[in-house]
Design a protein around this ligand. Structure first.
Ligand code: EZ4
Ligand code: CO
Length: 408
């Protein structure tokens, strides 16, 4: 069996999805995703210029050897762009393998460990009352877990995760168009004074059962993060996400000495070498890698197994910029993983998105149910794809009130 051709598609409804389709001499094809927010043309180029020419003629069933060929063969290892491009190939090859077996992909990983996978939604508000309405909306929809992000009184501009405007159609992704990023102002002192009290009010309003998550988005120094984690301990968060930037695998030592709040980190990691110390030293409770950004199923499965040995559960990244192909791959890992925790789930469920990526995966009462179709269980409509093209965009940057560039 041989790979005969592969194509990259760039674009989608409101998003620059990078979709890979690998064709074989037996008619079976596989789909992969190389979407990386704000750098989509680069993973597309990595695929087109290097990986695809090297795939032609290879046996698509040798997922491991092909992964090793690209990873070791790159000489300059790892990095988000390369690992995302490898992920697209790997996901597509697992799709082919499962289609050949006539099974949903999770069967090849070890079958189902649970029926539905717990997901969380994103509630957001320009102020606390607005956020309360947003949380109530998701609770009414049946969600058992909600991430809460809130605008802060006196903060000079909108900050990460916070909606502009109010009402049922609030969407915290406002306008990321253009290659020059928009700038936000971040005031750590105001955040430290406001947010713990706001989280306590949310807990009071919604009672003990709701799983409440909060994303600090890398904004605090290690000492500040420890103070914050202590302050929010009575709220009983499901998790506190990215309290500090994740580059420093020792940054959580102080926090761990002072607080038992569960910590989730890893959405910017692209390999097991970014998180092995965090996991082995049991500095985190949830690992947040995305299968798309961490080398695909072959590599992410190794991270999941290492995590499982150290009581770290999964909480894969699933922001709105993640394509339905990434989410399908994660759904199969979630169905299998013995140490599954929760899944962030925010794929744009619009008719346009469903038309481009038809699938039978579905969400019900706050749980994601994986499709039983052979392979990934998601397709790609090339006629629909012809409607879309790349639209330049960039994530914002953050500055402190004195102008110092900070962590977005
Ligand atoms: O900022 O996906 O938890 N989710 C997040 C996301 C990330 C974006 C970056 O591409 O932190 O909203
Ligand atoms: Co996050």
């Amino acid at each position: 069996m041989k790979i005969t051709d592969a194509k990259v598609f760039l674009g989608g409804p409101g998003k620059n999805y990078v979709t890979l389709k690998i064709m074989t001499d037996q008619g079976v094809y596989g789909l992969g995703d190389a979407t990386i927010n704000g750098r989509e043309t680069l993973t597309a180029a990595y695929l087109t210029d290097y990986l695809i020419p090297n795939l032609i003629g290879k046996d698509p069933r040798n997922t491991e050897d092909i992964w090793q060929f690209f990873y070791r063969g790159a000489y300059f290892r790892r990095g988000p762009l390369a690992m995302t491009a490898f992920a697209a190939v790997d996901i597509a090859l697992w799709d082919i393998k499962a289609k050949l077996a006539g099974m949903p992909l999770y069967q090849l990983l070890g079958g189902k460990s649970r029926e539905g996978a717990l997901v969380y939604a994103h509630a957001t508000g320009s102020d606390l009352e607005d956020l309360m309405d947003s949380i109530a909306y998701y609770v009414e929809q049946g969600y058992k877990a909600v991430r809460v992000q809130c605008g802060m009184p006196g903060m000079p501009s909108a900050s990460y995760g916070v909606a502009e405007g109010k009402g049922q159609n609030r969407n915290y992704i406002t306008d990321f168009s253009g290659i020059i990023p928009k700038e936000e102002i971040w005031d750590t002192d105001r955040y430290m004074r406001f947010m713990p009290g706001a989280l306590a009010e949310i807990r009071d309003r919604f009672g003990p059962d709701l799983k409440i998550l909060h994303d600090v988005h890398h904004r605090l120094l290690p000492r500040e993060a420890a103070e914050f984690a202590k302050a929010v301990e009575p709220v009983r968060l499901y998790w506190l996400e990215d309290p500090t930037p994740a580059d420093d695998q020792d940054a959580l030592k102080l926090l761990r000495q002072h607080s038992t709040v569960p910590i989730a980190i890893g959405e910017v990691f692209n390999s097991i070498w970014d998180c092995n110390k965090l996991i082995e030293n049991e500095m985190i409770d949830f690992i947040r890698v995305a299968v798309t950004h961490a080398g695909g199923i072959t590599h992410t499965r190794r991270i999941v197994d290492l995590a499982g040995m150290h009581n770290v559960r999964t909480g894969f990244h699933g922001a709105p910029s993640h394509s339905p192909i990434c989410m399908a791959a994660q759904a199969h890992l979630n169905a299998w993983a013995p140490n599954f925790g929760i899944q962030e789930y925010l794929v744009l469920g619009t008719p346009e998105c469903d038309a481009l990526f038809p699938s039978e995966h579905f969400l019900r009462d706050g749980f994601f149910h994986v499709s039983d179709a052979p392979g990934l269980g998601v397709d790609f409509d090339e006629t629909e794809a012809a409607r879309y093209s790349y639209s330049p965009g960039s994530l914002p940057v953050a500055r402190l009130t004195d102008g110092t560039l900070w962590n977005y």
